[in-house]
Structure formats: C-alpha cells, structure tokens
Design a protein around this ligand. Sequence first.
Ligand code: ATP
Ligand code: MG
Length: 447
Amino acid sequence: MVVEWIKRWLPAKGPAAALATVTRDHHRISRKDISPNALKVLYRLQSAGYEGYLVGGCVRDLQLGLHPKDFDVATDATPEQVRKLFSNSRLIGRRFKIVHVTFGREIIEVTTFRGRAGDAGPGEQKQSNEGLLLRDNVYGSLEEDAERRDFTVNALYYTPKDFSLRVYGTGLKDLQDKTLRIIGDPETRYREDPVRMMRALRFAAKLNFDIEPRTSKPIAELAPLLSHVAAARLFDEVIKMLMSGQGLATWRLMREYGLVEPLLPATHAALKRNNDRPYNAFIEQALINTDDRINRGRPVTPAFLYAALLWPAVREDAEHRIQMGTPETPAWQQAMAQVVADQVRSITIPKRFSLPMKDIWDLQLRLPKRTPKRAEQTAAHPRFRAGYDFLLVRERSGEEPGNLGRWWTDYQEQNPEARDAMAREAESTKPRRRKRRRSPAPNASNS
Ligand code: ATP
Ligand code: MG
C-alpha cells in the first residue's frame, strides 16, 4: 500500500515521451475552420515570445471533420503572464489555474503546460489517500503536458506557426481507428481523477469510438471512486454526458460500467428493486426525447433531465409512504424532498433547476385532476408544457398506463367552451376513488 502510494508520487521513469510532428500536408486541420479569436490568442502569444497551441477536443474534432464546440489553447506562458497579455482575460480555478480570454460570447481557455506529478514544489500539488489530485499547478514542457492529458486522441497540438500537428503516441492512428486509449497507467489515471471514467464513456458515445480493453477494464471496479469527486463538478459532467445529443448511448454505457450507482444511488436502487421495469424504459425514453430535441436544435433543460433521472426514486419513495399510511399529497411532497436531499450529497443540483424539477413532478399529480377549474389552472401553470411532456414520456415508455396525455393534447387544441365541456365530462366519468389507494401515482394501478 505504502509502496503504491509512493510510486504515485514519483515521476514516470525516463524522459518525457517525444511528440511526433505531422506536417500540414499530412493532416486535415485548416486555419479557415479555426475560430478567429483562438487564432488571435495564438498569434499574440507567439509575438510575445511564447509558445501557443490549439489543443484537445478542438484539434480532435477538426481532424475528424467535426465542428468543435470550443477552442482551447496550451502555452508555456504562466497564467499570470497570459493574464498580462490580454486585457479581456481573467484567472479562474484553484485546482487547475487557467485563464479565460473573452471575446463577446466566446471564451478561449488558455492553460499552461502541466508538468509531472513528481516535480511538484511545496504547495503546488496535493493528493488524497485515494490518489485523487486535489491541487495541481505544476508547470512543465509540451511533452510533459501531453502525458498529463486524458486520452491519446485528446493529446494533439496544432500551431499556426508552421501549421504542423504535434502528436502524442498513437493519437492520430487511434483517431483513425476510432479507438479511445487512456494515456499512462489506467488505474493510476482514474484514481488521480475519477471523472476521467465519465469522460471515457462520454467520448466513446459521442464519437462512436471503441474503448480499448486496457482503458475500459478498470472502470467498473473503480467507479465507486466517483463518490469522492466534488458534487458541483459532477453536476456539470453529468449534463455533458447526457445532454450532448448522445444521451441514450451514454446512459447505456453508464449502466454497463456501473456508473449509475455512485452518481445516482437512489435511481440505481429503484431500478434494481424493480428489475429495471418500467423505469429504465422511462429514463431511456426521456433521453431519446432529449437527444432528439438537441439534434433538432430545440432547447433542453437540466431540470427535465434530472426530473426524469430521479423520478423512479421519487415514485418508489412516495408509494412506500402511502403504503405506510401517509396520505397521498404529503407522501409525494415528502418523497420529493427526501430524494432531492439525498441526491445533492453526491451531485449538486442548483436551485434554478431543482425548483422547476419539483414543479414537473408536482404536475404529475395535478394532471389527472380535471375539474373545469383545476384543468384551467393546470394548463396555466408556468411549467405546464414540461409537465405535460414528462407525462407523454411516461406514457410512451409504459411507466404510466392510460392515455391522459392524449386528453391534454386535445384539451390544448380546444377553445374555452370546449375545454370546459371536456373537463366536465372527465369529471363525470372519473373512476371512484377507493378510500386508500395502494398506488398513489396518477392513474397508476401498478408499477
Ligand atoms: P469537448 O468536445 O467535450 O469539449 P474536450 O476533449 O475538448 O471535449 P474539455 O473538457 O474541453 O474536453 O477538455 C479539453 C482538453 O483538456 C481535453 O481534450 C484533454 O486534453 C484535457 N482534459 C480535460 N479534462 C481532463 C482530465 N480530467 N484529465 C486529463 N486531461 C483532461
Ligand atoms: Mg473542449
């Protein structure tokens, strides 16, 4: 154990791996596809005598013929030196110090080449007992920086100085072969930063890459380390995993590699207790909808995503409380509060999302109640559309039987008189309530 721990602190053996240089006619990165603001940053660094490279996902995506969503720059200038070069910049981050250079709505992220773990001076680097890097501001060379990146396909550097690409290891070949390969010893790298396991699954789904066996092997075993990661960081990472247009594929990988349990413990438990049914189909249907909206350029909100991810736990909890004798409305309210309180211990859900999330759940109780007055109030609820969409997802997946969603679709298309008539009819044909229903969910007779 002690030996293992010491090993982690020692620099990797030998000199840093050399980077291969790929000249402009042997790669497909062209200046015209690069953000003009990123180029401005690179030229300014160069004219001040520093090195500057485009790095990471943007180079990977350009080489794949995709449109990068942002441009990151790596340099040998320290964050303070970068800060001085750009008046439109600010220093951010503690764990990693980086500089954001802002051009209107575009932010170019500039990081200083990172050095090796073993070269840290006092206070520059900090590691927990699990191997987690808590602070990491050791600077180094381009070669060392490449070794510290997560996957070979993310360790590609482009410079407009001579239009060449600097490539770590098998990066370019892995890109061609659609292979995701972690840099260095997989277990050490996942222990240093367990989020790399989430990133592995995210890139595999997003790029439709295979995760090579050494890279995938330790994930299932090390997944529980994710519970040591800061809850606020995990919120962003889960959003990136499930709200980038490949949510369904990513969710399936998360289940395959055991990431649901550490990230969403109550959801995992609800799925397990029910042998997945009907909840996994429901979550998958929500992700199909989300992917579809994203791919058609329609807006999506983390509130809807988290409402879906946590719904199985809320419903289970509410049903349990009702069975134990709590009346329906307080049972649901208590279940919602409990599930959110438990979840935020692993993933922070900011209030601006958790409040609308609760509204979406609350609407699941309101939608079945259709007296003329109540139906009118529900339709006027600021979150009606999301609640109604949520009901449609439940019905489409079979999580909720019946076709109340259809009724609401018709209702929205009617004029006020016809709506009133619809609600009166619904009210008169409403099945009589038993004294205490076993299942509290709207229209739900089973689950
Ligand atoms: P995306 O398309 O999602 O932006 P990306 O690869 O650019 O993908 P970023 O989160 O923007 O991902 O990170 C930029 C680069 O920083 C990565 O390509 C990788 O080289 C490096 N990086 C990011 N996170 C880590 C990490 N946890 N460990 C090691 N390297 C990382
Ligand atoms: Mg990026």
